[in-house]
Design a protein around this ligand. Structure first.
Ligand SMILES: [Zn+2]
Length: 470
C-alpha cells in the first residue's frame, strides 16, 4: 500500500506536514508550525504537540527551512521520532540556526536544553546533494528513495521526488514544498519533475499571477521613492530567510542604477533618495542568513554570479546596516520612528505575529509620514493581515493586547513573492509527461485552491483533489 496523509497545511498555508505511507513504513515531508488562526487536526499555534503516530516514520525530509515547514521538529523529536532528517546541503547549514531561534522564542530559555536539542538535531541531519537519489529504506517488499530538486523558493529549498515500492506497487510521488517564482532574484527557477504518478502541490498564489520581474522592480522603486519623499521611514516586515535577501539584492540594484548627485540640491529628488538611503536590517537571524546566502554563492543563479564577477556585492553594500543586540534594536526603533532621512527598515516576523517588527509597528504606525510595505503573504488572523485590511481605511490593529491606530500609509507589492504564481504552478504540473493521475492541492486559502483546481481542469488534468475540503 502506498498512501499520502496530511497532518498540516490543509486548512491554510502553515503547519506543513505530509506523510508518505509505504507499506508498514512512512516518511514525513516537513514538520512545520501553525500561524495565526490556522490549525491542523488537533494541533494549532498554541498546541504544537505531535498529534499523530510516528513509530513507523523512518525519516523526515525537509523541503526548506521556513518555520512553517520545520518549526515542529523539536516536538517531533520529543514525541520519540528517531530517524534521520534529510535535506539539501544549504538547508543542513541553515536548519540549526532557525531552530535555535525558534526554540529561544517559543520553547525554553534554558540554554543547556536548547544546546542539547540542537545537538540532537545536528546528529540526525543527512545533507543530500540536489539531483542525487538517496535510499531511505530498502527492505522486504518495501523500498523508498528520495531525490531533491531545486525549488527556487529560498536558498536550499527543494521539491522532493519519491520513488516508492510496496510489494508489487511502484509509484513516483512528488511533493512540491514551496515553489519559487521564475525570475526571482538570486536563485535559479524550478524545472518541472521528469515524471510523477502523483503530485502534492502548494497553492499559496494559486489564484493569481505575479507581475513580471521588471514591473515589480519598478513598483518597488516607485513605492520607496514615493514613501521616502516626505522623510518618513518605510518598514518592511519580512521573513529572515528568503525575502530579506531578495529585497536587499533588489535594493542594491536600484541604488546602483539610480543613485547620483542632484545638481539643484533643493527639494529631495529620487536621485537624492537613492544616494542617501539607509537600509537597516534589524534581526540577528536575518544577519546570519544573509551571511550564509553570501557564503553559498555556488547556489546562486547566473545573473547574481555575474554581478559578483563585476565587483558588486549584492548582499553587503555600503548603505546597509545590520543590527544585532537588543539595545541597538531599541535605539534603532527610536531612530527610525523619528528620522527625517530616507530609511528602510526590514525586520521579522513577516506576518507581524511576533519578533522585532512589532516594536517598530508600535512606534511607527501613528505617524502618517511613515509607510509599511508588505511584500509577503499575510495569513488570516495575523496582525499583518489586519494592518493590510484595516490600515488603508484608517483602522487599528491589536499588538500585544493593545490597540494601535494606523495613520501610516500601507502598501503591498504583491508581485514580490518567494512563491510561484498561478501560471508557474500550472507550468510545473503541465510539464510532467505523461500527466500525473492524481494532483493534491495543499498549502493555500480555499479560494486559491479552488481557482488552481479549475485551472488544472481547464488544461485537461484529471484526479485533482483538495484534501480536507468536503
Ligand atoms: Zn516557504
Amino acid at each position: 500500500m502506498i498512501d499520502i496523509k496530511h497532518h498540516g497545511a490543509v486548512k491554510g498555508v502553515t503547519g506543513s506536514c505530509h506523510e508518505l505511507v509505504v507499506g508498514s513504513s512512512g516518511i514525513l515531508i516537513d514538520c512545520g508550525l501553525f500561524q495565526g488562526e490556522e490549525e491542523g487536526n488537533g494541533a494549532s499555534a498554541s498546541d504544537l504537540s505531535i498529534d499523530f503516530p510516528n513509530s513507523h516514520i523512518r525519516a523526515l525530509v525537509v523541503t526548506h527551512v521556513h518555520i512553517d515547514h520545520v518549526g515542529r521538529i523539536p516536538y517531533l523529536l520529543a514525541a520519540g521520532f528517531e530517524g534521520p532528517i534529510i535535506c539539501s546541503e544549504p538547508s543542513a547549514i541553515m536548519l540549526p540556526e532557525i531552530l535555535e531561534d525558534a526554540l529561544k522564542i517559543g520553547f525554553t530559555r534554558d540554554r543547556a536544553l536548547i544546546k542539547r536539542v540542537l545537538g540532537l538535531i545536528r546528529s540526525r541531519l543527512v545533507p543530500v546533494p540536489y539531483g542525487q537519489w538517496h535510499t531511505v529504506f530498502d527492505g522486504e517488499g518495501e523500498s523508498l528513495s528520495v531525490r531533491l530538486q531545486m525549488a527556487g523558493h529560498i536558498l536550499g529549498s527543494a521539491y522532493v521526488e519519491c520513488e516508492a515500492q510496496s510489494d508489487d506497487e511502484f509509484e513516483r510521488i512528488v511533493f512540491s514544498g514551496d515553489l519559487g517564482a521564475p525570475h526571482a532574484p538570486l536563485l535559479p527557477e524550478p524545472q518541472p519533475p521528469e515524471r510523477a504518478d502523483r503530485v502534492v502541490i502548494e497553492s499559496t498564489y494559486g489564484d493569481k499571477d505575479h507581475e513580471s520581474r521588471e514591473d515589480r522592480r519598478y513598483r518597488l522603486k516607485a513605492v520607496l521613492e514615493h514613501a521616502l519623499e516626505d522623510g518618513g521611514t518605510v518598514l518592511i516586515p519580512a521573513f529572515s530567510i528568503g525575502r530579506t535577501q531578495e529585497l536587499l539584492y533588489e535594493i542594491e540594484g536600484l541604488i546602483a542604477e539610480f543613485k547620483g548627485s542632484d545638481p539643484s540640491g533643493s527639494d529631495p529628488t529620487p536621485t537624492d533618495i537613492w544616494s542617501n538611503l539607509e537600509i537597516v536590517v534589524d534581526s540577528p537571524l536575518a544577519a546570519t542568513f544573509t551571511r550564509i546566502y553570501r557564503d553559498l554563492k555556488p547556489f546562486w543563479d547566473a545573473e547574481a554570479i555575474e554581478l559578483v564577477n563585476q565587483g558588486r556585492h549584492p548582499l553587503s553594500f555600503e548603505q546597509l546596516t545590520v543590527i544585532n543586540s537588543h539595545e541597538d534594536h531599541l535605539n534603532a526603533v527610536e531612530y527610525l520612528a523619528k528620522s527625517h532621512r530616507p530609511c528602510v527598515g526590514l525586520a521579522g516576523s513577516g506576518m507581524c505575529a511576533g519578533g522585532r517588527v512589532v516594536n517598530y509597528l508600535k512606534a511607527m504606525l501613528a505617524d502618517k509620514r511613515n509607510d509599511v510595505l508588505f511584500v509577503g503573504y499575510q495569513a488570516k488572523g495575523t496582525p499583518g493581515r489586519d494592518i493590510l485590511t484595516y490600515g488603508p481605511r484608517g483602522g487599528w490593529v491589536e499588538l500585544d493586547g493593545k490597540r494601535y491606530d494606523i495613520r501610516a500609509r500601507i502598501h503591498q507589492v504583491g508581485g514580490y513573492s518567494a512563491h510561484a504564481g498561478q501560471s508557474d504552478l500550472v507550468r510545473f504540473v503541465s510539464g510532467i509527461e505523461p500527466p500525473p493521475s492524481e494532483i493534491r492541492i495543499v498549502h493555500g486559502d480555499t479560494g486559491a485552491k479552488e481557482l488552481l483546481k479549475s485551472q488544472f481542469h481547464s488544461i485537461g488534468l484529471k484526479g485533482i483533489m483538495i484534501p480536507g475540503l468536503a
